[in-house]
Design a protein around this ligand. Sequence first.
Ligand code: HEM
Length: 152
Amino acid sequence: MNKAIEAALFLHLLGVAVWIGGMVFAHFCLRPALGDLAPQLRLPLWESVFARFFNWVAASVLVILLTGGFLLMQFGGGHAAWPLHAMAGLGIVMMLIFGHIRFGVFPRIRRAVQAQNWPDGARAVGTVRRLVVINLVLGVVTIGTAVLSRGF
Ligand code: HEM
């Protein structure tokens, strides 16, 4: 494997680790730990956690897209093995879902926290939770697909 491919794969996997690892931490550790807090404390905390985490995800998405695109060209572009195209397709769906969370749902949480409208805020955080579960499942399937591509 040449050095450029090794470097791109390294960055690609770093981006994947940050994104998937962050979702696992938020969903399985932070969410249950905050469950008993009053909405007045919980929702501003989620807003500030999301504001930071979504910047990390945005950076990861950029790195995954650039390195994934580069790797796909190196592995034959349009003629690459089908699991690589499946990875790209699933990856793009995950990115669209993230875009919806970041630009559609997160502003609702911000507005609700500013207006101290806790029921609205709790609904929006619930929507983020459901979309994160979907992205986590897709992420695991995508990693499986990526590993599968080795056999082709
Ligand atoms: C636009 C999206 C993406 C494109 C174009 C893309 C493309 C690629 C390519 C061409 C490789 C090299 C395959 C090899 O070394 O045989 C790769 C590796 C990998 N990708 Fe992606 N990828 C994308 C998104 C993702 C996402 C979202 C994930 C995980 C959630 C992911 C997980 C992986 C993993 C785990 C590998 C290492 C596979 C291995 O070396 O066995 N990729 N990707």
